[in-house]
Design a protein around this ligand. Structure first.
Ligand code: ACO
Length: 378
């Protein structure tokens, strides 16, 4: 193998071609499009169900197509009894993301067409997984809290039904719209770590559930989706805007990272999703008279002052979720609920034009060592 430069973290490596999302930096502004549609339009004008359809089918649905799709999702919300049994038997202290990936794996074992990869079958599995993610999360939360299960309802939207199953009461239209928009903003983001992992798994022709399990495990890391949870810990620790600067300065002096800041792609430009979520967080915290948005703004100001770093999507997610009454340890799960259509679209794209993803490593260990038999090793 010829000597090639190692691109640490695969930074800026173009690993494959895709028609799912476009991220481009133009004149200091970031463009993010799903299937050619600007994220700003989608966030403000569409619904999560519409965006799922767009990602899975390749274009926006017509009115009747969306109507049918919404019914198809709603009909797939309830969980098989085996999964409810699993949720009941898992220790209550299990992290909800571990619960989610274990449940996805179990759903795979229940699928008699596990290995089928026709487009029709992939769409069927996709609808089922998108529909069931919120139920798995809400059911486990209620089980661990010793509360009764609230079965999904056909009448509510994806976002509203989740909040209904979680809290036991229908959400306000503001709360429903806030979660809906948050899910849209999380739905897809090109070759982020969890999506890349899903595609690597798909490139071996592993089944869809296996790919989603791999992605779910990857999303949980604090440098990826786990960051929102860490942001909330920070907000609670800082507690008031006037303590933000001192906190940030101290952390940076100790060489620590401030969670919710920095991004591999949006280096010196604002993450458009963070910008939209910031507006949402502001509106929600004003309505709920919550302190978290003000604390967030003070932290963002200090991080920019001392490190010139901008917030990423996870930063404002924390105050949005807190305002919606979502427990801190469910934050990554909400991210997964949003990202699942993106993962599935990428898995299908990989299946449809597959080549095994298998890069190389540059070996830097010792070479040509003499083998010493066990009896002579000291
Ligand atoms: N806090 C403090 N310094 C940071 C941060 C941060 N959050 N992020 C980057 N930096 C600094 C690094 O220390 C480095 O500084 P140096 O050049 O002085 O050594 C410089 O910025 C470049 O950092 P890299 O590690 O090269 O950036 P990379 O692209 O590898 O990492 C990442 C991107 C992982 C997102 C990083 O910014 C980070 O750790 N952020 C905090 C975790 C986080 O918020 N993750 C969510 C990302 S968004 C998402 O997954 C949806």
């Amino acid at each position: 193998m010829s000597e090639k430069e190692v691109l640490e973290g695969l930074e800026d490596v173009i690993a494959l071609e895709s028609k799912i999302s476009r991220i481009e930096l133009v004149d200091g502004t970031a463009i993010l499009e799903y299937r050619g549609y600007d994220i700003r339009d989608l966030a403000k004008k569409s619904t999560f169900e519409e965006v799922c359809y767009l990602l899975l089918y390749g274009d926006l649905p017509k009115k009747y197509e969306l109507q049918d799709f919404k019914i198809e999702l709603a009909e797939r919300r309830e969980l098989p009894p085996q999964i409810i049994g699993l949720l009941t038997h898992l220790p209550q202290y299990t992290h909800p993301m571990v619960v989610l990936r274990t449940s996805v794996s179990y759903l795979g074992s229940l699928d008699k067409k596990l290995h089928e990869k026709s487009r029709e079958e992939c769409l069927e599995k996709s609808k089922s997984l998108i529909a069931k993610f919120p139920t798995i999360i809400a059911y486990f939360h209620r089980i661990r809290m010793g509360k009764n299960l609230i079965p999904p309802t056909l009448e509510l939207s994806h976002a509203a039904n989740f909040l209904y199953m979680l809290h036991g009461e229908e959400p306000s239209s503001t709360a429903e719209r806030a979660l809906d928009m948050d899910l849209i903003l999380h739905a897809e983001h090109e070759l982020n770590a969890s999506t890349f992992v899903a595609r690597v798994a798909a490139s071996t022709l592993a089944d869809m559930y296996a790919c989603v399990v791999a992605a779910t495990g990857t999303l949980m890391g604090p440098l990826h989706g786990g960051a929102a949870n860490e942001v909330m810990k920070m907000l609670r620790e800082v507690a008031t805007p006037r303590r933000a600067e001192e906190y940030v300065k101290k952390k940076l002096e100790m060489g620590e990272r401030i969670m919710g800041f920095g991004h591999r792609v949006y280096r010196n430009v604002m993450d458009p999703r963070a910008e939209l979520l910031r507006g949402l967080a502001k509106k929600l915290s004003e309505e709920k008279e919550s302190i978290w948005f003000k604390v967030s703004e003070a932290i963002a100001e200090a991080v920019y002052k001392y490190k010139k770093l901008l917030p990423n999507i996870d930063f404002y997610s924390a105050s949005v979720y807190a305002a919606l009454g979502i427990p801190d340890d469910l934050f990554v799960n909400i991210f997964a609920m949003g990202r699942i259509p993106g993962w599935l679209a990428h898995i299908m794209e990989q299946y449809e034009n597959n080549r095994l993803i298998r890069p190389r490593a540059k070996y830097i260990g010792e070479k040509n060592k003499e083998y010493i038999p066990l009896t002579r090793r000291e």
